[in-house]
Write a protein that binds this ligand. Structure first.
Ligand code: F2R
Ligand code: MG
Ligand code: MG
Length: 349
């Protein structure tokens, strides 16, 4: 892997935006034939298409708030981040937000609010959201903090501004870990990458709150670990169908049914696959495969795009794709600023 450090930072943030913009076409579709995916992706090469024709959705809208907050505050500031989420929603409410999180975003705009985590705790009769909204926007945390413990701590806190159920915020922690490890080149050794994710999540899911939520929702004792073990089994099989992936890992709006799926998409597409064009590189394969799963395609492709982009770097992203996607060029610039923040922190600044 030859990509420079700056190239993988840009790849991560731009990969996430591409996944969101390109994946929006199929969000909510039950079945997505691969030929439809390839037709959609081929259409991105059409020179007559204007700049930014594919608009980003809530995934990128919220990730932009995370980026701006981390950069402006030179670290995590929950008040500032909450304010930015609320303002972004009030300015552009039509970006396809989850139906529950809208209530949180409205409450976060109140000047009377003393605890910015309270609206999220009140969701779903006090159980909190287990949606993937915390995970879909988490990549910038992985790009801003050099210490793994900070990545875990702040990605969790950032997700808890809207998702107080551990099945929501732990999904964000898992996604942040996957992006962070990928940035360090960990996907060169896929089996070790997965082992590391499992060992980190064993610790994360050992917390009492996580165990209680898992019990209340009748999930496995450590739900994300259990999915990662299923993922490992799928990887060991010589052939695996789209239906098996959906059945074992899911393709839905819950973090549990989408974050491990996104990680699988990246791992599965490290090598060429029969169903995908031979001229496709790894990032293109990951995008196409994520879309072909159907379901929450913008978010699964967004999360897979961040992990894959952190591995392959921005140079492999087709220029025509970048041009079509709203916010892609801006993501390249802000990734450079996150790269500087990361290195400043790494040097103790
Ligand atoms: N919302 C969507 N897609 C729907 C279609 C939008 C359409 N294109 C349009 O423009 O109208 N996509 C976006 O939402 C997902 C992220 O959602 P987030 O931020 O997690 O929202 P929320 O509301 O917290 O959770 C999502 C749904 O999950 C269910 N749920 C969550 N916790 C629950 C609980 N404790 N008990 C029961 N149900 C729970 C609810 O149905 C929530 O509405 C991304 O896909 C993003 O792209
Ligand atoms: Mg979306
Ligand atoms: Mg979505």
């Amino acid at each position: 892997r030859q990509a420079s450090s700056l190239a993988v930072w840009c790849g991560a943030l731009v990969g996430a935006v591409l996944g969101d913009c390109v994946g929006g076409e199929f969000e909510g579709a039950e079945e997505v034939p691969m030929e439809n995916v390839l037709r959609h992706l081929n259409g991105l090469d059409d020179e007559t298409k204007g700049d930014g024709t594919l608009e980003y959705s809530d995934d990128t809208a919220m990730a932009r708030c995370v980026v701006q907050s981390l950069l402006t505050r030179a670290g995590f500031d929950e008040q500032d981040m909450a304010r930015r989420f609320a303002k972004e929603y009030s300015l552009a409410p039509g970006r396809g937000y989850g139906s529950g999180v809208i209530q949180v975003l409205k409450k976060l705009s109140s000047s009377q609010l003393s605890d910015v985590y309270q609206p999220a705790r009140d969701q779903f009769n006090g159980r909190g959201s287990f949606g993937n909204g915390g995970a879909m926007r988490v990549a910038p945390f992985a790009l801003a903090f050099p210490d793994l413990s900070d990545v875990k701590k702040y990605s969790r806190s950032g997700a808890m501004l809207t998702h107080s159920c551990s099945l929501g915020y732990n999904g964000a922690v898992l996604q942040a870990l996957a992006v962070h490890l990928s940035l360090q080149g960990a996907l060169e050794l896929p089996a070790q990458f997965l082992d590391k994710l499992i060992s980190e999540m064993e610790e994360v899911e050992d917390e009492e709150a996580s165990r209680n939520d898992a019990r209340a929702l009748k999930e496995a004792e450590k739900p994300f670990c259990e999915r990662l073990y299923r993922l490992r089994d799928l990887m060991d099989r010589s052939k695996v169908s789209i239906e098996e992936v959906i059945c074992e890992l899911g393709n839905g709006i819950a973090a549990l049914h989408s974050v491990p799926t996104a990680i699988f998409c990246v791992l599965h597409c490290l090598q060429p696959r029969e169903s995908l064009p031979p001229h496709y590189g790894g990032l293109e394969r990951t995008m196409a495969y994520s879309l072909a799963l159907g379901g929450d395609t913008d978010t699964i492709a967004c999360m897979a795009g961040a992990i894959a982009g952190a591995h392959y770097g921005i140079e492999v992203i087709p220029e025509a794709w970048m041009k079509c996607c709203e916010g892609a060029k801006e993501a390249e610039v802000t990734a450079q600023r996150l790269h500087a923040l990361y290195h400043q922190r790494a040097q103790g600044g």
